[in-house]
Ligand binder design. Structure first.
Ligand code: FMN
Length: 489
């Protein structure tokens, strides 16, 4: 099997995987292997402050912070959070909640610096391309996050989990040194309401703004309708689309047809969810296919449809360089070796209301018995929803928080059923889980695609306990011949 491709865009995009599963190390390795490495931009402020409190082993955070162009800002963060040698085991970590609608300069600095650090490290020491992935559902930190990533010279911004129509125009404005604003979804907002967040690079930098390149913008979509709308009505140019199907890891778009479930409560996808790729191609932009494209055969099949390439997550999620903690990789490797891992498309787990893929692991948050013993608490808040209060001001609530608190804020008790604390679970997955004063510690919550068993193909021998990002790329690119004359253009 061989396919000839001839274009300057990457064939493989390593999908953004939050929180910090696709961290700077993974993205850098993928980029060094000639493809597009993407860091997750989700909750990077929380990630940075926890890495600093754990002593920043290896000094990578501090090395990148020393390169931040406004050094006083980086120093203030170090001063507040860095703990030499790291906090003792079991000692609670200082928390940072997601920033409010009108953040202070200090809150903005943390988000900007955190995004700068992750992209800076991913780009360090090579000339490859690096992208950053954001979720449209998490809106409050988006503007300073994009700015921080642009300060570090990010090449692509990728966004899904919603309708990212304002992002391309925001990239244009920041590249012109101008302020940008973005409307915020608020439950109960009326037609005349104008809830927006704003960020002014000139004000933030006190007038000392460097020249910034405009990164390309790729929208992650699950339908032609959305891709077509974005290509006509987004606030600026959308440089391409990632068409993601319902077998992909992470959040999935809800089914478009009637809302039916199987006997495990998993949403059922049907004919209306099959994307017409000819219609996507007719939009005239590069596009990549995602969701179980982790084999060379699938890559070749994608190229035959006219796609520029594929976006792959699960295969990279468990490679050596990914941010998942070592014990999680061991558990998953054993599951894959000993049988079929059980991946549930959980329609309730995520507070966003979007289906979320959850790998069933005993003793993790997916284990109902264990989860019921957890004290419900919302202390990161990245997935909270804004709602309009009777007095016209805005409140914030999360269906995974304490039920009484959620319903007191007008939330529907029904919406709390089956919800998991995705924010805390994802932090635990990467070794940055919260330890509480009462001795409790947060549990992991692992997401991956339906094709997780396929990671076997990257292991060199049946007993292998690891594989690298380069192994994945070598396997996926087998049989693909790059027309380098065109690719170099
Ligand atoms: C662990 C994990 C976390 C993910 N997190 C995100 C995310 O934060 N944002 C996003 O747009 N996609 C996320 N995804 C989806 C990937 O970017 C990618 O599109 C998807 O994994 C492709 O399908 P595959 O898993 O079958 O390879 C995640 C996937 C995995 C496996």
């Amino acid at each position: 099997m061989s396919s000839i491709i001839s274009r300057p865009e990457p064939t493989i995009i390593q999908g953004g995987m939050g929180v910090a599963v696709s961290d700077w190390r993974l993205a850098r390795s993928v980029s060094q292997a000639g493809q597009l490495g993407v860091v997750s931009g989700t909750a990077l402020d929380a990630v940075l402050v926890r890495r600093l409190q754990l002593g920043d082993p290896g000094g990578d955070m501090r090395r990148a912070m020393a390169e931040f162009p406004y050094i006083d800002m980086a120093d203030r963060i170090l001063e507040k959070y860095f703990v030499e040698g790291g906090k003792a085991d079991g000692e609670p970590l200082k928390n940072t909640m997601v920033i409010p609608m009108e953040p202070t300069q200090e809150q903005l600095e943390l988000v900007v610096v955190a995004n700068f650090v992750e992209v800076f490290l991913a780009k360090e020491g090579h000339d490859g391309l690096i992208g950053v992935n954001f979720l449209e559902k998490i809106q409050l930190p988006t503007l300073p996050s994009i700015f921080g990533a642009m300060l570090a010279g990010v090449d692509y911004v990728l966004m899904g989990a919603g309708i990212p129509r304002y992002i391309p125009g925001i990239l244009d404005r920041f590249a012109e040194g101008k302020a940008a604003e973005m409307p915020i979804h608020i439950v109960g907002a009326e037609k005349d309401d104008n809830f927006v967040v704003k960020f002014d690079p000139v004000e933030f930098t006190n007038g000392e703004l460097p020249w910034l390149n405009r990164p390309k913008f790729l929208a992650i979509v699950a339908s032609v309708t959305l891709a077509s709308m974005l290509s006509k009505k987004a606030s600026g140019y959308v440089d391409g689309f990632i068409v993601e199907g319902p077998t992909a890891g992470g959040h999935n778009a809800p089914p478009r047809g009637p809302k039916t479930t199987n006997d495990r409560g998993e949403p059922l996808y049907g004919k209306r969810d099959v994307v017409d790729l000819a219609a996507i191609a007719a939009l005239g932009r590069p596009f990549w296919l995602a969701g179980s494209y982790g084999t060379p055969e699938q890559v070749a099949k994608a190229l035959e449809t006219g796609a520029t390439g594929v976006q792959v997550g699960t295969a990279f999620a468990f490679c050596e360089e990914s941010g998942f903690g070592g014990d999680i990789k061991d558990i998953v490797f054993n599951m894959v070796r000993d049988g079929e891992p059980d991946v549930k498309t959980d329609g309730q787990a995520s507070p966003t209301g979007f289906p979320f893929k959850v790998l069933q692991i005993e003793g993790s948050m997916s284990d109902q018995k264990v989860y019921e013993q957890r004290t419900r608490v919302c202390d990161l808040g990245f997935l909270r929803e804004g709602f309009k209060k009777e007095d016209g001001t805005i409140g914030w609530r999360c269906p995974s928080e304490k039920i009484a608190a959620f319903t007191y804020k007008g939330g529907d008790a029904e919406a709390t059923v089956g919800r998991k604390c995705v924010c805390n679970g994802l932090m635990t997955n990467i070794g940055l889980g919260q330890r509480r004063k009462n001795g409790e510690h947060e549990l992991p919550l692992v997401t991956c695609g339906n094709d997780v068993a396929g990671i076997k193909r990257f292991m060199k021998t049946p007993d292998s306990t690891s594989y690298s990002a380069a192994d994945v790329i070598e396997c996926l690119m087998a049989g693909i011949i790059i027309d380098s004359a065109v690719a170099a253009r």
